[in-house]
Write a protein that binds this ligand. Structure first.
Ligand code: ADP
Length: 446
């Protein structure tokens, strides 16, 4: 504030001195004007110096000045110095980030708001075939053209990564992950997961092959055991009992092998070839009859239909998923329980529910129930003929139908398994097959 009051004082003094000098010559007005003009000339000179300083080299020392102008020059100089410092720091940070991204083995590609390429590291050149000379400014989907990538990129839902083969080398498997940041810009990261993918493939093939190889010997064993069982009444009771145990265990192993083979098949191919509009009420009726046969009158099983549309899916797969849920409901509920199989509308589309009023499941187990061989009570599961693979099969079938499983179990109040299907999986009863399959996202993007 002091330079400012000095300036006012100075101006006042000049005005008074000018007026007095003018008064001596009988022209005080002229004297006042001359005094003020002197100050105006000084300010104009300083303005000129400021302009020259800013236009020529604002990084150099400011022009020498005192008072108000001195303070202004000083502040401007300090402000500019601060800005320069911040700019250098940001540049250094950006350089460090680019250097560390460069050193990464994963591809990193920075895109602007339009999805055009701004910067990428050398791993991206190797994995995605980007070329520094002419790809900058190109849209990412012009360079990674796989329709699955284009659909994933445009859908803007990047919660799950996308696995694809590299556009430059078919033998390399990449996992893409996109992150939105800043002003709608995107960071695309691609990781080489070829080794992991191969190991996973080997594991799946191994399980499928072993299960397949076990099938024939088990069928032979089961066949002989059945033949011997016909003559069990002629055997001593101890041997007859052993025969029954052997038959039980062979059946268990056959169930296990069948479930393992089914799971492998669900994992290996993408599915979708046998998807047709399914009449859900008829399907639920079949499942109800099987469940009743399994229950042998111990439980009441009924069907409720509240949705008219048909479900676009694979009949054997949906049947298998529902049978698993219904057989669980029968096997894990006490005598006299009720089981309901329901097809009804849902905010996301429609859902198939299997509800029982048994003892339910402790909530701590719910997140892990769909893991292979996860059982709440191992003894009870094996005793009731469970393989520990039922809910894993349900989960995989639903994945192949763009659906998901919800499990609700209020403590002591039964269990509810809900399979939620999106709108794209529903068709009006009279829809033609072609029109129905057009609804599927895979058809649309492919
Ligand atoms: P399992 O062959 O053992 O039945 P699942 O994968 O079908 O294997 O089920 C996993 C576990 O979930 C079962 O062992 C059981 O403890 C529990 N479970 C499944 N359904 C129900 C149900 N309706 N009520 C109570 N527990 C259930």
């Amino acid at each position: 504030m002091r330079p400012w009051s000095h300036e006012l004082w100075r101006l006042g003094l000049l005005a008074v001195a000018g007026s007095l000098a003018g008064w001596l010559f009988s022209a005080p007005g002229l004297g006042l004007a001359a005094g003020l003009a002197l100050r105006l000339v000084y300010h104009l000179r300083q303005l000129h110096a400021l302009r020259r300083w800013l236009t020529r080299n604002p990084h150099s020392e400011p022009p020498a000045a005192t008072g108000l102008w001195g303070e202004l020059f000083d502040r401007l100089y300090r402000y500019q110095k601060g800005q320069r410092h911040t700019q250098h720091r940001l540049q250094a940070t950006l350089k460090r980030i680019q250097e560390s991204s460069e050193a990464m083995r994963d591809s990193v590609v920075m895109l602007d708001q339009h999805g055009d390429l701004e910067w990428w590291n050398s791993a991206a050149e190797r994995m995605l075939g980007l070329k520094a000379a002419h790809d900058r400014g190109q849209h990412i989907t012009n360079l990674v053209r796989d329709p699955r990538f284009v659909a994933y990129f445009n859908a803007r839902d990047y919660r799950e990564p996308l696995t694809l083969t590299s556009p430059v080398n078919e033998r390399v498997v990449l996992q893409f992950q996109i992150t939105l940041y800043g002003d709608d810009e995107r960071l695309v990261m691609a990781r080489d997961i070829t080794r992991l993918h191969r190991l996973e493939e080997m594991r799946r093939d191994f399980v499928a092959n072993v299960s397949h190889e076990l099938r024939t010997p088990l069928t032979v064993l089961a066949g002989y055991l059945e033949t011997y069982a016909d003559a069990a009444d002629r055997l001593p009771p101890r041997l007859a009992q052993g025969l029954t145990r052997m038959q039980e265990q062979t059946t268990r192993m056959q169930n296990l092998v069948n479930d393992l083979l089914l799971l492998s098949r669900l994992e290996i191919d993408q599915g979708g070839e046998d998807h047709l509009p399914l009449a859900v009420p008829a399907l639920l009726e079949e499942v109800r009859q099987d469940a009743e046969a399994l229950s042998a009158g111990r439980q009441q099983v009924r069907v409720e239909i509240e949705e008219e549309r048909q479900l676009l899916g694979s009949d054997p797969e949906i049947h298998s998923a529902l049978s698993n849920l219904a057989s669980n409901a029968v096997r894990y509920t006490p005598e006299g329980s009720h089981v309901v199989l329901r097809w009804k509308p849902h905010p996301k589309g429609a859902c198939l529910e299997v509800e029982d009023n048994g003892e339910g499941i402790d909530p701590v187990h719910i997140p892990r129930l769909t893991e292979r061989f996860y059982r709440v009570d191992k003894g009870r599961s094996s005793e009731s003929g469970g393989t520990g693979l039922g809910l894993a099969i349900v989960k995989h079938v639903l994945l192949r139908h763009d659906a998901y499983l919800e499990i609700e179990s209020p403590p002591g109040n039964g269990a509810l398994f809900r399979c939620v299907f999106p709108d794209t999986r529903l068709v009006a009863a009279e829809t033609s097959l072609d029109a129905a399959s057009e609804r599927l996202p895979s058809k649309r993007s492919g």
